[in-house]
Design a protein around this ligand. Structure first.
Ligand code: FES
Length: 262
């Protein structure tokens, strides 16, 4: 049997594998490129998209923190950010997803081919330092992007509740359900984060000795359920947040009409 070192020496894409090992990295490259292109286009399209009559705010623009945002959705009524709020939100989301342990594996393989797949030759040879030197050492900021994302998640939760109570009264349309599904998928992705799981219980050596050990163990077990499905939540939440933005964008522009259930 040939050693992995020998396969490596033979160069990029060289392998003894006979399966279609190139399908996953190619799919990831296409998926991330499409979602990235849509998000970039969307961010450059204006200051916010808000369907006022139904209280639907696109998740790309939440919280709305520019002076041009309507007063009732402006954070604390103050508009201090001079640009589109999407630029700030995208910075947080891109930082969070870009440093995510799952996405790192996915785009290292898809874009950098480092390596393209297990037991497949890669382009980079000697001198590989992993994430111990600049610029890849920045990946260690994941925990801080997690904290910022929790704040954004709180605002998205508030927006979703408000989509069921426009103008203080219960009401529900297709957009309310779209926002609810979006929140569920984003929550599944967030709760399965490796860093979050570590913080809430993974760093405890002895639950029966630790303060609040029983509660932390329960939280850790729930986070572990989401963590096992992290890749699925990562993809579904990424695609669906783009679809949610598109739906609310079209409703707020009057291009389509929201289907009202109540
Ligand atoms: S590891 Fe994927 S979001 Fe934290």
């Amino acid at each position: 049997m040939e050693s992995s070192a020998a396969v490596h020496e033979r160069g990029l894409g060289k392998t003894l594998r006979r399966d279609r090992w190139w399908v996953p990295p190619l799919s990831v490259a296409l998926g991330l490129s499409l979602c990235g292109a849509y998000a970039t286009w969307a961010v450059l399209q204006g200051n916010y998209y808000f369907a006022e009559q139904f209280h639907y705010l696109s998740p790309f623009y939440s919280p709305c923190i520019t002076a041009s945002c309507p007063e009732d959705i402006r954070l604390f009524g103050i508009g201090w950010w001079p640009l589109s709020p999407a630029i700030l939100m995208m910075g947080v989301i891109l930082g969070f997803r870009g440093t995510c342990y799952y996405y790192r594996k996915a785009y290292y393989r898809a874009y950098f081919m480092d390596p393209p797949a297990c037991a497949v030759g890669e382009p980079w040879g000697e001198g590989y330092k992993g994430e111990t030197v600049f610029p890849m050492i920045i990946q260690n900021l994941h925990r801080y992007f997690l904290y910022a994302s929790v704040v954004v998640w709180l605002f998205l939760t508030y927006d979703t509740v408000m989509a069921f109570f426009p103008h203080g009264q219960f009401g529900m349309g297709l957009g309310s359900l779209v926002l609810l599904v979006n929140l569920f998928l984003l929550s599944g992705y967030l709760f399965g984060c490796h860093s979050l799981r570590h913080i809430i219980g993974g760093n405890v050596d002895c639950y029966s000795c630790a303060f609040g050990g029983k509660a932390r163990h329960g939280a850790w077990k729930r986070a572990s359920w989401f963590n096992k499905r992290h890749m699925g939540f990562a993809w579904f939440s990424l695609v669906f947040v783009c679809l949610t933005d598109l739906y609310i964008r079209l409703v707020s522009m009057g291009t389509i009409t929201d289907f009202r259930l109540f």
